[in-house]
Design a protein around this ligand. Sequence first.
Ligand code: 5GP
Length: 125
Amino acid sequence: MIYDKNNIFAKILRKEIPCNKVYENEHSLAFDDINPQAKVHVLVIPKGPYVDVDDFSKNASKEEIASLMHAVAEVCKITKVSLTEGGNGFRLIANTGPDGCQEVPHFHYHVMGGEPMGLRGLRKP
Ligand code: 5GP
């Protein structure tokens, strides 16, 4: 699995293109999806060069993995979708590879919510 340094999220991490940042910590960055499929649609990515969730799970450090899950929790709190913070829940998705319809080859979670999700996020529009 070869990481493509020119993928769009690598460019966002290098600040070559802008994003609407929601949260950042040492190893992770979260920003609004450019084409939101729900009222809340935030992408949470590791800063390291991981292609997908499989690559990340196998090759990232414990600190990077903990950092990413912490970032997910913080995003859910900030966007008020967290059940433990009085929100109404959300969908967490990691599209992976061709069958998973992954378009950007840098691992990312989609945090989607703010309204009933139905099948959104489970199929491409
Ligand atoms: P995937 O299909 O890989 O799981 O999702 C990629 C996501 O990245 C899509 O939801 C798409 O809207 C989003 N996206 C693609 N290009 C950009 C961009 O330049 N900026 C931001 N913020 N999101 C992007």
